[in-house]
Write a protein that binds this ligand. Structure first.
Ligand code: G4P
Length: 525
């Protein structure tokens, strides 16, 4: 591919994640988008995902049982003139670490909000991460077919709780049983509810009134909507693409994912405004990596073992940041300096995986991994070293002692532990003196998934004994004396053999700090 083609290809890419509080409708809207992209033949079968059609591994049984989305996966499709990558993120807060890393690999985010509930806790948390990255965020107020909150209230709440300007792109005409349509401010037209085909769109004149008479005009909800639209046009935030692209203003769309109302207009408008892949910062350097740099570079943001139980494979998900990925190319793994040939790669066409043809900046490739990669690794072609910034790491708050139920299963126990820890599914520590294993996680569900996967994928029952919630603090080995350890501050070491204390509570930590004022404790490495 020559330079011009590379630029053109990169400019077609739109890579984004959909974030929401569980049950707001992320799966439903994703499915509608896949439907528009021609990836699936019918939408509206959300349950299909939950009942296994999209399931990529057995362990999603947990997801089925609990009705939550646990995995992050990647969906690629072509729509109009764009190549879209949707990175799915688990909604459940116990998996936020996985979600946060995924958000490092996207160029924009869609935030789905249940219009009856408004901003919920998980939305708020995820929003903060997106905001910190400074990427554009688009809001979809969902479930308009049900009675929800006053749209003006919803926007006010969004601005207040998330501290971002909201700018309405369309406005509901009625809601719930009274839902009649959407006043599409951006495209200056009405979109009627429960009508198929292009005649659902009615053009508006320069004054923002219907160009031709329609019975909807006799409906009280229409007048009310007109009044509110006038109000927001006058007193609301003015649309500012620059602000949107810097993440300081969010365009707000109303609609109903389930009844496929407003989704297509949302998708089209959103794709127009969302940025193509842009530059990436490097660690400890001012040099930026441009998406159309001819040399290939990318970083691993996720590793997942056993996506396909028949193959027992392990896949490293790489976000491409520059250049073109070509099968069989040689790349350098920055962390080790090792050169490796990338023969086995895959892209993600919804539920089936196909071998990659061309992939450029913005795309995600899955590399079959035999244990070379770690989350956060940078790979690059060419002579010039590239190292992207570190991915966020979370300090675990909950801990469990873990061992194999059957001592004869040590081999599979160690293999499973090693692989799942490399994936970042849980963190592993050892007791400082006895080397007993201790797992750390951000949420309880991570332990459950670990236990389930150890049994299902590695045929190893594990016994876990809760230690409860602890405060993890690293300590300089030079300052460490093992006698400092007690039951209230358990001494363990991490995978790099670095020592840390697990304090029972804040009180225990303060007590320690008073007793050993010269010992420096740090919450992260
Ligand atoms: P999630 O991925 O964000 O967790 O949400 P998901 O799409 O699975 O949607 C959660 C529930 O909300 C689903 O109901 C779905 O059908 C419903 N839903 C999504 N969008 C809309 C919408 O626009 N209008 C209405 N009325 N409902 C919507 P479910 O599978 O039946 O789950 P449940 O009701 O049994 O919990």
């Amino acid at each position: 591919m020559d330079q011009k083609q590379l630029e053109q290809e990169v400019n077609k890419r739109r890579t984004f994640a959909i974030i929401s509080h569980p049950d707001a409708g992320k799966t439903t809207i994703t499915e509608q988008m896949l439907y528009f992209g021609g990836v699936i033949r019918s939408a509206g079968t959300v349950k299909a995902k939950k009942s296994g059609q999209f399931a990529t591994s057995d362990w999603m049984e947990i997801e089925k049982k609990r009705g939550i989305s646990v995995t992050s996966s990647v969906m690629q499709f072509h729509y109009h003139d764009k190549d879209i990558n949707i990175l799915d993120t688990p909604g459940h807060e116990d998996f936020s670490e996985d979600t946060y890393r995924t958000l490092m690999a996207v160029d924009a985010a869609v935030m789905v909000i249940d219009s009856a509930k408004g901003i919920e806790p998980q939305t708020k948390k995820l929003f903060k991460v997106v905001k910190k990255r400074g990427i554009p965020i688009f809001t979809f107020m969902n479930k308009l077919d049900r009675d929800g909150r006053d749209p003006l209230d919803l926007i006010a709440e969004l601005e207040e709780l998330l501290n971002i300007e909201g700018c309405a792109m369309n406005w509901p005409i009625g809601m719930g049983k009274e839902l009649k349509g959407l006043y599409d401010i951006r495209n200056n037209r009405l979109e009627l509810y429960r009508k198929d085909g292009d005649d659902r769109f009615l053009p508006l004149n320069d004054e923002g009134k219907l160009a031709e008479h329609n019975p909807i005009e006799e409906d009280g909800v229409y007048d009310q909507a007109l009044g509110e639209v006038d109000l927001i046009k006058e007193a609301g935030n003015e649309f500012d693409l620059k602000k949107v692209q810097e993440g300081n203003q969010t365009p707000v769309f109303f609609g109903s994912a389930l009844t496929n109302f407003g989704v297509e207009t949302f998708l089209n408008t959103f794709l127009d405004m969302a940025p193509a892949p842009t530059v990436h910062k490097q660690k400890d350097s001012d040099e930026l990596v441009k998406p159309d740099d001819p040399e290939f570079s990318g970083f691993v943001f996720k590793i997942q073992a056993n996506m396909n139980p028949n193959h027992r494979d392990r896949i490293a998900f790489v976000r491409i940041c520059s250049g073109e990925f070509v099968r069989g190319m040689d790349v350098t793994l920055n962390r080790t300096g090792k050169v490796m040939r990338l023969n086995n790669a895959t892209e993600f066409m919804s539920d089936q995986r196909e071998t990659v043809k061309t992939a450029v900046a913005g795309d995600i490739v899955g590399l079959y991994d035999t244990g070379n990669f770690q989350i956060g690794d940078t790979i690059y072609s060419g002579k010039k070293s590239v190292q992207f910034e570190d991915l966020p790491q979370f300090t675990p708050e909950m801990f469990m002692e873990v061992q194999a139920k059957n001592v004869m299963k040590q081999k599979s126990f160690h293999k499973g532990m090693q692989q799942l820890v490399q994936e970042g599914a849980v963190q592993l520590y050892k007791k400082y003196t006895t080397n007993d294993y201790i797992l750390g996680a951000v949420g309880q569900l991570q332990f459950e998934v670990f236990q389930f996967r150890m049994k299902n994928e590695y045929n190893c029952d594990v016994v876990m004994k809760p230690i409860g919630s602890r405060i993890a603090r690293w300590v300089d080995p030079e300052q460490l004396d093992e006698s400092m350890s007690s039951t209230r501050n358990m001494l363990v070491k991490d995978l790099d053999d670095k020592p840390l204390f697990l304090f029972e509570n804040k009180f225990a930590e303060n007590w320690f700090a008073n007793k050993y004022p010269n010992v420096k404790l740090t919450s992260k490495l």
